[in-house]
Ligand binder design. Structure first.
Ligand SMILES: [Zn+2]
Length: 412
């Protein structure tokens, strides 16, 4: 029976979101957390973008060192030969790629303005796939942008061409959040049957259906005989109304009525990491968790009305589908209410040593402490807010990698 795998795109679609961004250290911590959670792949960034180069290389080094393992790190780029060449020039060690090109009549006419035919799109895509493998890629996913507004027979032809050139997966992008669970199910099933490749489902929430569409699409792919890969983002942060929320999607797969009886995750996902990853990502983006967010919102396990409170006290399953412990909630959080010593871009060694002492991190000498402090200062310059404990510990543990993450050299 084919299975469902999660490809999280927070570090690509999430950071592409208007008005929001992440520092390279924040993106790295997210990759580490996603790996700990058991996510199949993180779409970790843009290998053609100059300022991503050091970050992408550093994360591939972390993978090499076993710090980010077994999760795959995949880059996103346009399905154009020139972009593939540039990606391997900047990040030669990259092994997993998703190549994207628009396939709908709307985009071909409205964006390319008659400069490209439907066949040109297929030719560019297959040439890009060939180039990626020629440069040493191990897996190449092909993304049909605006797939939900693309004619089915053309999409099948596009997918078949991708398959002939060795593509690993076909990504069905509901770029505008236009699908509903019924339409995406049908499309995903037809593509799985007609193309014969695993189908990746990429949904947006413009009509409030990103999670529902994702699991309906996955069901379609599996009913069509292929594995399904669902694209998620942490807290649903993504372009416009956002993407399918990571935690909500996993909950929908594993807890919704009858679904898991037939449609299952391909590998174990540790849901107890949900609380930590949602909180950190909320802090890093500077976007509070919605009070009613599934699983991790402040009200997800709060009961007030008499009937509900009485019912949940008698037996939680009267009014809760899953327990808060399953999501890693329940531990009290320590909040300093008195004097607080923070780390920042102008911190000194004494305050820093105090903070590190609290985290029980020790240094072999003052020189080493000074070096780590310098890196922590740079990290603060880039994130504009105090670092969390895991970030500071990461810098102390991997100073050479941290230095790479913090090195941004424009126009060189
Ligand atoms: Zn998207």
């Amino acid at each position: 029976m084919p299975r469902i795998y999660i490809v999280d795109v927070t570090n690509r679609d999430g950071v592409q979101t208007a008005k929001l961004g992440l520092s390279k250290l924040e993106k790295t911590i997210i990759n580490i957390y996603l790996n700990e959670m058991g996510i199949f792949q993180s779409e970790f960034g843009f290998p053609t973008t100059k300022h991503e180069q050091n970050y992408l290389q550093a994360n591939l080094e972390l993978a090499e060192m076993g710090v980010i393992k077994p999760m795959r790190l995949g880059g996103w780029l346009r399905a154009i030969i020139g972009d593939v060449e540039l990606a391997f020039e900047r990040v030669p060690q990259i092994k997993h790629l998703n190549l994207s090109i628009s396939t709908s009549d709307q985009m071909i006419e409205g964006k390319f303005k008659g400069k490209k035919t439907h066949q040109d799109i297929i030719n560019e895509m297959t040439a890009a796939v060939d180039a990626a493998y020629a440069h040493g890629a191990e897996s190449v996913g092909v993304n049909a942008e605006d797939a939900s507004r693309t004619r089915t027979n053309y999409l099948i032809r596009f997918g078949q061409a991708a398959k002939e050139h060795g593509a690993s997966r076909l990504r069905y992008c509901d770029t505008l959040g236009y699908d509903n669970p019924f339409t995406i199910y049908k499309m995903a099933k037809e593509l799985a049957e007609g193309v014969g490749l695993p189908i990746e489902i990429h949904c947006h929430g413009d009509l409030g259906m990103a999670v529902a569409n994702s699991i309906a699409g996955a069901k379609g792919a599996i009913d069509g005989g292929q594995d399904a890969y669902i694209n998620t983002t942490i807290n649903g942060i993504g372009e416009r109304a956002g993407n399918a929320d990571l935690v909500a999607t996993i909950l929908a797969i594993t807890k919704s009525k009858d679904f898991a009886a037939k449609y299952q995750l391909g590998n174990h996902i540790d849901l107890t990491r949900s609380w930590k990853i949602a909180k950190f990502t909320s802090y890093a983006f500077g976007v509070p968790l919605a009070i009613n967010q599934p699983g991790v919102g402040a009200n997800a396990f709060a009961h007030e009305s008499g009937i509900h409170a009485d019912g949940v006290i008698k037996d939680p399953y009267n009014y809760e589908l899953y327990g808060y412990q399953e999501l890693g909630r329940g531990e009290p959080e320590f909040v300093e209410t008195g004097r607080e010593i923070c780390t920042g871009e102008y911190s000194g060694i004494s305050g820093f040593s105090h903070v590190m002492g609290k985290m029980s991190v020790s240094f072999k000498d003052r020189e080493q402490a000074q070096k780590i402090l310098e890196l922590v200062r740079y990290a603060n310059v880039l994130s504009h807010k105090p670092l969390v404990e895991d970030q500071i510990i990461f810098i102390a543990r991997y100073p050479a990698i941290a230095k790479k993450l913090l090195t941004l050299t424009p126009l060189e």
